[in-house]
Ligand binder design. Structure first.
Ligand code: NZQ
Ligand code: ZN
Length: 389
């Protein structure tokens, strides 16, 4: 295992179907004004909103509501949330929803007490917060992003056609997150499967780098096997608690910094997917699914030993009598079959991308180093074209 690193994850998790009661415990640590942040209304339909409002009232909190956080939260919404939080002098931001609600809450938390424009400061200049940060707690309703246990906060700017993530440090990670797998059971299948692929791809992004023998890769393989097994159960039986709980738990571990330890990572599928998202506003996990296979098939030859290992250890490809290239390719074919089983969107055309957008999407794709191949613009265009129908 190579690399020098520190590891610390400050987010306290409460997991299981009885976990909401611990909101009572946590609320005692914060002041009176709680900003309750949620999305387009799924929590009202499910009844979770009422349960949470009751708990907040029982704990004597003043509730300040900020609703309507959209999937892929926008810079305009962020500015609105900052204004609400400032006017109400909030002591805690309670995010109830999926990754969008959690990400947005973190972006608000670092902007309330800061005079700069949040988009310019955090998403263009990539500065770190130098002002007071409002604590964030999450009640998660969708498994996928890992936002419940990391410092990521992705914001979309439709005017400039940019979707950019800032991964903040420990001080911005949620103070606590409540993970009840039952809350995810009301997700439409499309969202559940998008979340499942997001989990898988987070692990792949950190797995496909390096040639050293690294404990993180072994952990990644176990997480991948678990999410694949659970997905095959949940797709036919969405109310299967065991499967939903495994999906929720792997999501947290896929992106809470653990499996990146001792590794370099380039996150290129996410860079491509985010730029597709900036043009189409499509569901995050589906943007990743749509570009993944053209990307992996293109870089396979640059990281052949790891792709071979992925085929054998994750997809149980029998290596007997086959070349390394054949084994590696069979692994990607097995992943493709699984993606089709889940009904994932396998091309960017079905997400609304058109040939005339390709140049712009390529320009919006941030090129990163640290993986098996540093792509140039022509290679990105080639991958995007191969991702069209
Ligand atoms: O808004 P509501 O009505 O709640 O509906 C949401 C939304 O329409 C719905 N939903 C969530 N929980 C539900 C539910 N519907 C029924 N029952 C439930 N229990 O699902 C839809 C999608 O929700 P969203 O929060 O947008 O999904 P996700 O969790 O995938 O988050 C996506 C955002 O996270 C960012 C993405 O870029 C995107 O902006 N990411 C954040 C990361 C991080 N923090 O590290 C990493 C990821 O790679 C990702 O980039
Ligand atoms: Zn993701």
């Amino acid at each position: 295992m190579l690399g020098n690193f520190e590891y610390h994850n400050p987010t306290k998790l409460y997991f299981g179907d009885e976990s909401l009661q611990y909101l009572n415990t946590e609320l005692k640590n914060y002041g009176k004004n709680v900003m309750l942040v949620y999305g387009g209304g799924s929590i009202k339909k499910s009844g979770l909103y009422d349960e949470i409002v009751d708990i907040l009232k029982e704990n004597g909190k003043n509730i300040v509501e900020d609703s309507g956080v959209m999937p892929n939260p926008t810079v305009e919404k962020l500015n609105e949330g900052v204004k609400i939080a400032r006017e109400n002098n909030v002591d805690l931001i309670l995010a109830v929803g999926g990754g969008s609600v959690c990400d947005y809450s973190k972006a608000v938390s670092v902007s309330v007490h800061c005079n700069d424009d949040p988009w310019e400061k955090y998403y263009i200049r990539f500065e770190e917060p130098d002002c007071k940060i409002v604590p964030v707690g999450c009640v998660l309703t969708m498994a996928g992003t890992g936002s419940e246990m990391n410092g990521g906060a992705v914001i979309t700017n439709h005017e400039t056609k940019q979707k950019i993530g800032h991964v903040f440090g420990d001080n911005v990670m949620p103070k606590f997150s409540i993970l009840n797998p039952k809350y995810t059971m009301t997700l439409p299948k499309y969202q559940m499967c998008a979340g499942i692929y997001d989990i898988m791809n987070h692990i792949c992004e950190q797995y496909f780098s390096g040639e050293d023998d690294n404990t993180s890769d072994y952990i990644s393989e176990a997480l991948m096997k678990s999410v694949i097994a659970a997905s095959r159960i949940a797709k036919d039986d969405p109310n299967n608690y065991e499967a939903r709980s495994n999906i929720m738990w792997t999501a947290a571990w896929a992106l809470n910094t653990l499996v990146a330890k001792g590794k370099s990572t380039d996150w290129m599928v996410h860079m491509l997917g985010q730029s597709v998202g900036a043009y189409t506003d499509a569901t995050h996990g589906m943007t990743l699914a749509a570009v993944s296979l053209p990307y992996y098939r293109y870089i396979m030859k640059y990281g052949l030993p790891k792709f071979k290992r992925f085929a054998v250890n994750v997809w149980d490809v029998d290596p007997a009598g086959k070349s390394d290239e054949q084994i590696a390719a069979e692994g990607l074919n097995a992943m493709e079959s699984w993606m089709n089983e889940l009904g994932l969107v396998m091309n960017i055309s079905d997400l609304g991308a058109t040939a005339d957008m390709i140049e712009g999407i390529a320009d919006g794709t941030i090129i990163m180093t640290g993986g098996y191949k540093v792509l140039d613009r022509d290679e990105i265009i080639g991958i995007l074209k191969a991702s069209l129908k």
